[in-house]
Design a protein around this ligand. Sequence first.
Ligand SMILES: *Cc1c(COP(=O)(O)O)cnc(C)c1O
Ligand SMILES: [Zn+2]
Length: 415
Amino acid sequence: MAMEHVTTLECTLCGETYDPDQIIYTCPNHEGVKGILEVQYDYDIINDRFDQPLDGVIDSQWKYRAFLPVDDDADPITLNEGGTDLFDTPNLSDELGVDIRVKDDGRNPTGVLKDRATSVSVTKAVHMGQDVLTCASTGNAAASLAGYAARAGLPCRIFVPGAAPEGKLAQPLVYGADVLAVDGSYDEAYDLSMEVTEEFGWYNRNAAINPFQVEGKRTVGLELAEQTKGDVPDWLVFSMGDGCTIYGGWKGFREFYELGFVDETPKMLGVQAEGASAIHDTFHDHDDIDEVAETVADSISVGRPRNTVKACKALEESGGTSLLVSDDEILAAEKTLGSAEGIYAEPAGAAPIAGVQKALDQGIIESDESVLAVVTGYGLKDTKSAMEASGKPQRIQPDLADVNALYGDERSSSQ
Ligand SMILES: *Cc1c(COP(=O)(O)O)cnc(C)c1O
Ligand SMILES: [Zn+2]
């Protein structure tokens, strides 16, 4: 078999297993796309094959190829995703009153953590001879898929909600994708993309239901384990939309722990927006789960998360928890992170910083604990919300007098 280290696809609901070489998205024993599958590995084989030094030098996520569910003879479709910087952030630590570090995954090729997953699934799609790629997306997955489809030379057709920020629609258009802006919500765009996948036989990258997607996101966890070896944080913080990202991060970290490469695992803190809180509500057993999503953080504006089961598993297994932050708190965090450290995040990428603030206020995180927040997306993707966070530039005439009016005091005092 060509993927010797991949044993089965196992249903997270009923435990039924499937052949990983078959194209299957979800377990047919359940209604709709509820039967989310999980890729299972033979870790003896992975351990035998993984012979990279754990020295913190990570050029791309393909350092961890031994962990990825791709065939031995597949050629990676890559733009050098992964290997993103982990920053000490002393100014932000002062600002928040806790020891915090930030991994900036907005520095991936298309500006989003999702590139890790896209690279893996486009590699697989090309290897299988698929000829059209598709997905539904709040914006970032579409841009990511479009970029890697261009790299692979394959056509790409994506479904996005009509209200997606303009920057996120421009990006896939530049990458040459057919961008179908659905007059409806992300959830409606998602359902349509599933229908189309069945009718047309295109290859679907939708993160939650393509079992291999989340596997690419594991590399953020593997990297974090390698980068924090000997100094593992007490808390690892991600924002949650469908819930795949936080689970990928957790699964990767846990794998490195189970293989004995690191001594500890962090507690996972999952952050959702008040207006899109379904995973949080499920984790905390709230009765009425609101399926309407409304938040400035468009990348986590998901009413019906497809990966609630896996996300809750990450929170539970790690001894962590979840919380909600308001749009105002998210925008304020975007500004705080940018002005304190020069790290520019889109709202969903800044939400973890808002979450840390709230967790400190609520006593979930103690001020003597250490924290690591992952920024998942780059700020230039959504400049409109950034302007809400930061205010507008000051308009002046091309005249020294106008500058004098603003800073005249400083000039006289320094002369
Ligand atoms: C997709 C996305 C998320 C959330 O990932 P899920 O897997 O949907 O939970 C968070 N931040 C950004 C920037 C994203 O694009
Ligand atoms: Zn099942």
